[in-house]
Structures are given as structure tokens and as C-alpha cells.
Ligand binder design. Sequence first.
Ligand SMILES: [Zn+2]
Length: 298
Amino acid sequence: MMNRRDVRWERMFPDELEAAFEERPVVYLPYGLCEPHGPQNALGMDALRAHSAACLAARQYGGIVAPPCYWHVHEHGGEGVWAWPRIGERRPWLTAVPVWMFLKNLFYHIRAADALGFHGAVVFSGHAGPFTQDIAQLLAIVQPRLAMRVDVLIGIGAESAFEDDKGMGGHAGRGETSVLWATDPDCVDLSRLPPPDAPGPHFALGTLAAESDRRAGERMVAALVARLGQMADQLLADYGRTKPTHKPLTFDDVEDIWDREIRPLIPEFNAMQDLKPGQEPPPQDSRWYANWRVRYRG
Ligand SMILES: [Zn+2]
């Protein structure tokens, strides 16, 4: 393994990119958004830890890390329904776009990596949500048109490393907080947690956050980094076995595939569905009411 000055695409010189590509033609594509994660975590939690873990994996196993994308799906459909009781009417500091914008961007990001000649791409979204199965649907359509092999990881990416069975504490709970504490320690500050009996909501704070543990986070990050390395190995093995010869997609090709095959599916995408049984819509006077039931107009 070569000695790397950097693995972040945007900070590498062209000779470094060529050398890294030659050694291991794998790209990591990190995603997340700025979203409430309790008072103790920086807003960019999901992309921060995805990007940092991808950089650790590239340093350890090789590969190149694409610029992280901090604009992601939120605020409509199930996301808005989820948000209002957990965040309330506070300014949420979201960097949200609707699902069709995100998916089209993702399609273009993947196209660019394939056209550059990468053999494998690991899409890693630290942000999880109803759009997860929509990404799978997009890839089912796109993968057969690519030479590059693509795999996707969503969420934390590692099992709990706590030595009890109380779990991770959900969104902005002790699991997520501990992982960010391990990857980006300046972005976690437990002294900002509310007192245990303070009435909520607390900016989408999960449970058990006071039991966040940096060393448990480090164990989860180690498992995550190993997993990212294995995903890349598998993609390279698949590419080597199939020896694909597709021509790179053009912008025109992307627009054609989008119009003919993806656009008609958008109203049915999971992220476009609003209420599940037992869920309540945001109240009409809530800031979450405006977009929760957005309709795609094509
Ligand atoms: Zn998160």
C-alpha cells in the first residue's frame, strides 16, 4: 500500500489521483445532510461520519473518497411526519432536497465515476430513511448500464459495540453520537445534553445519549472501516469476473433513462408516501406541514 498524503478527491493532485486509481480503482461516495441530531451533535453528523469512515477505509485499503454531499432527502412524506413531534417548531437547519432531486444527483454522481473508469463505487449514506428502498430501485435500473459495480451502505454501518444489550438509542442516540465522537471528536459535546428531566423535544435527540462512549464508537468505526474495505474487495472481484465493456453513459443517456424509466416511478417511491397506519400528519400550523405531502409534477 502506497503512502498516502490524502485520499480526498478534492484535495489530491492529479498525479496522486492517478496513482491511487492505478492501485485500487474504487471510489467511496459519502452522503448525509445537515439535520437535527440533538443538542450535543453537529448538524452534519450523517455525512461527517460517512465521509470520515470512508477516508479511514481508503487510507487502510486504498481507494479515493469523492467530495461528500450534504444535500439529501428530508422534510416530505414520512420524513416530515417523523420530524414534527421530534423537532417541533424550532429552526431545523436542514439541508433538505426532495427525493427526486437527490436520486437524479446520485445518478449523475455514479455516471461520473463510471465514465472516469472506476471499477467499483461504494455509496455510503449516513442518513437513513424511507428513500433507502428508492435508491435500490434506482440502482436496479442503472447498474445494468454501467461497467462499474456499485454497492450501497445506509445508516451507521456497524452493530452496537456497547457491552450491554440496551441498543443504540436510535436517531442521535448513544450509537450515532459515539461513532461521531470517534470520527470527528470536535463535533460532539456531551455538555450540551439537556438535564435528564427537561421537557422535550430536544432537537431530535435519541435515547441513552448520556451513555455515549467514545471507545465504543471507535470499535464500531473499526468494524465499519473493515466492512467498507470488504465491500470494495467484492466490487473489484465482481468487476474482474464479469469484465464489463459498457460504453460510459452520456448526459443525454442519463436524461433518457430518467425520463423513460425512473420519472414514472417517482410518485410510487417510498419517500413520496406520507402516512403509514397509526401515523398522524403534522398539524396545519406546523412548519412541517408545508412540504410533507408534496406531489411530483414532472
Ligand atoms: Zn443521523
